[in-house]
Design a protein around this ligand. Sequence first.
Ligand code: ATP
Length: 318
Amino acid sequence: MNNSAALEVSGLRKVYRSGLFRRSFEALKGISFSVSRGEIFGLLGPNGAGKTTLVKILLGIARASGGNASLLNRPAGDLTSRLRVGYLPENLRIAPHHTADTALLYYGQLSGMSTREIRAKKNALLESVGLADRAGDRVRKYSKGMLQRLGLAQALLHDPELLVLDEPTDGLDPVGRSHVRAVLNRLRSEGRTVFLNSHILQEVELVCDRVAILDRGELRAIGGVNEIAPQRAEGIELDLCVAGEEADLRAALGERGVRSCEAIGEGQFRLGLRLLDQAAVDECVDDLRRHGMSLVGLTRRRVTLEDAFLRLFAESHQ
Ligand code: ATP
């Protein structure tokens, strides 16, 4: 066991049996990875990849069929580790008669906190998730985004060392998402660990130190956001805006990898190109100029996590 790991999974398997003939389905096929203390780690994957199954095993809600999972050096599901873990489920249902104030009192007591401890913490917490001015309103009047932020406050109330968040920004508007990001960045600066399950790739890209990509029960990639995105890129992607005659443009481009081309006005074209390397970019620019085309704009596209994700799945689902 790695003592600096906040979360460790080794050869983890889950087989579901269902239906009249107890047909088996392997939702996790022996996955292994670890999350270091202080890391913000994102778990990504398409629908049905096994993400919820993994989170359920980590929290002791479901039993593994094989392998090991541990949180804070204790077996997953162990009661002492649960008290040091904060959890935001995907669809947390808070009884509608609660206000944010009473909900936090209720959940705090469930985690073994005293009323005095809860009262000392809850105002600053509600402030940090942007709910301080609605703390006395009944939850039934809350929007989905407000409920989600209250859920995050509930997960943080007992000062957990490790947070497991299932789709924390689901249903949030840009302001709500920035509140959540600010909270996650604060947690990072306090040295806490966050395990984030999200399908909003731009969010993951903004906050996570490392990500794992799960697909049909297997890990397809794991690493830093910046490592995973470029390693999936093939060549250089350019967005170009050029002016000139269409025939000259065709002649200049020849057999080059044109991904898109549209006329955007009098003699102007917007192009998307994928070229092998910088030498190919230089050669392409030279050819365009030689054919009398003017370069109005040229930008190199950054390969995002979303590009990497889509390419990975285009390859593995062929
Ligand atoms: P989503 O993004 O859609 O929530 P997910 O990655 O969380 O998907 P899981 O909910 O873990 O995926 O499901 C993984 C696979 O296991 C799916 O094929 C699902 O149908 C199957 N599965 C999940 N729970 C059960 C169950 N209780 N019995 C049988 N099969 C199940």
